[in-house]
Design a protein around this ligand. Structure first.
Ligand code: PAF
Length: 281
């Protein structure tokens, strides 16, 4: 496995594969890998001849009140996991390699970036869209795999690829869960044992709501039920519970007639957890 820190070197590696007629699948990550990331890698292996994983804790997607310096990191462990998984190259640049001083250009999905998580974390999706565009331009993959857990991020990336004619095929990979249903996330390690136990309320609410969606319930009643279920857990501080059209993320309130996505953002202490489930009527 090649471990590469410069744009020039990753471009050379990809160019060599391409000239041998091979395709490239990319899995962008911020490191501190878990089974959810490894599911992206497995999917990438099925999608391309070569797999590139990026490890880059992107400063521009963190807000002024979000502590970038405490984001968990363990490069050695990450590299061992990626090597074992058969990744061909890891691109792990320094911040200065990605963001040249004096840069002025940003990428923003104007509507999608403002709603839902975008309201809780202003500027977050601008940072994501900008860095993902840069990673696409640097690596030039045929395919890129992203987790469905970050559902709004996946919608933002699909929209941006459509709007800017970026020639990368986007593949959404289903959420990987712990044994009790909690969605895997690098943030889970920051939960206290009590909050970790209580956090199972998110997946329980989603799985039950999935059943209820098949009974002809309206979106607004389902949303109210999900919110009440989460609020009944004293440790959970519900930030948002939304039911949106699964494609456009537009609000829906009436009967469910097309696939919809339930999106949750819940704080446990200082840790913001998100989870989602696509439900079909
Ligand atoms: O999902 C993530 O880990 C990040 O938002 C991403 C897509 C790697 C961009 O920094």
């Amino acid at each position: 496995m090649q471990v590469i820190t410069t744009k020039a070197e990753i471009r050379d590696a990809v160019r060599a594969w391409r000239s041998a007629g091979e395709t490239v699948a990319l899995t962008p990550t911020m490191g501190y890998l878990h089974a959810g990331h490894m599911a992206l890698v497995e999917r990438a292996k099925a999608e391309g001849d070569r797999v590139v994983t990026t490890i880059f804790v992107n400063p521009t997607q963190f807000g002024p009140n979000e502590d970038l310096s405490t984001y968990p990191r363990d490069a050695e462990r990450d590299l061992a996991m990626l090597r074992d998984a058969g990744v061909d190259a890891v691109f792990m640049p320094e911040v200065a390699e990605v963001y040249a001083p004096g840069a002025q250009t940003i990428v923003e999905t104007t509507e999608l970036a403002k709603m839902l998580i975008g309201k809780l974390r202003p500027g977050h999706f601008r940072g994501v869209a900008t860095v993902v565009t840069k990673l696409f331009n640097i690596v030039q993959p045929d395919t890129a795999c992203f987790g469905e857990k970050d559902y709004q991020q996946l919608c933002v990336i699909r929209q941006m690829v459509r709007d800017l004619d970026i020639p990368v095929r986007i593949v959404g990979v289903p959420t990987v869960r712990e044994g009790d249903g909690l969605a895997m996330s690098s943030r889970n390690v920051r939960l206290t044992p009590e909050d970790r136990a209580a956090a199972v309320v998110l997946s329980r609410a989603l799985f039950q709501a999935e059943e209820m969606a098949r009974t002809g319930i309206t979106a607004s009643r389902l949303r109210a039920w999900v919110a009440a279920h989460i609020q009944a857990e004293p440790r959970a501080d519900l930030q948002s519970a939304d039911i949106r059209d699964a494609q456009t993320l537009q609000s829906i309130s009436g009967p469910l007639t097309a696939p919809a996505v339930i999106l949750l953002a819940v704080r446990f202490g200082s840790v913001l957890l998100i989870d989602q489930r696509v439900v079909t009527p």
